[in-house]
Design a protein around this ligand. Structure first.
Ligand SMILES: [Zn+2]
Length: 103
């Protein structure tokens, strides 16, 4: 009987801070998929105004790093946990005001 392959492959990546090896499941070629990281978390950033390194004016992807759980614990006092991100706002350049888009 042929052994079935899992619907994902495991790849080795590194913690951004300590360089520890982290295993990650990759199940598609879609770069927008957030693939699980064992014993770590993936962080994505789309850049922002003010950065001299990554500030794409148009949609030009994102930067991604992985950080292991141990480094998250060590730096926990520097981490802000944001809740209630249901409300979205849209900036309107014409008026210079924010418009609530609702939940
Ligand atoms: Zn680490």
């Amino acid at each position: 009987m042929k052994k079935e392959k899992p619907p994902y492959k495991i790849v080795d990546e590194k913690c951004f801070i300590c360089n520890k090896s982290l295993k990650r499941e990759i199940s598609s070629s879609d770069p927008n998929t957030i693939w699980p990281v064992y014993d770590g978390i993936s962080f994505r950033a789309t850049g922002n105004y003010g950065s001299t390194v990554f500030d794409p004016i148009t949609d030009d992807g994102f930067l991604e790093i992985l950080i292991c759980d141990e480094c998250i614990k060590k730096k926990s006092k520097q981490i802000k946990r944001v809740r209630n991100i249901q409300t979205k706002t849209e900036y309107k350049y014409e008026t210079g005001t924010f418009k609530e888009l609702g939940q």
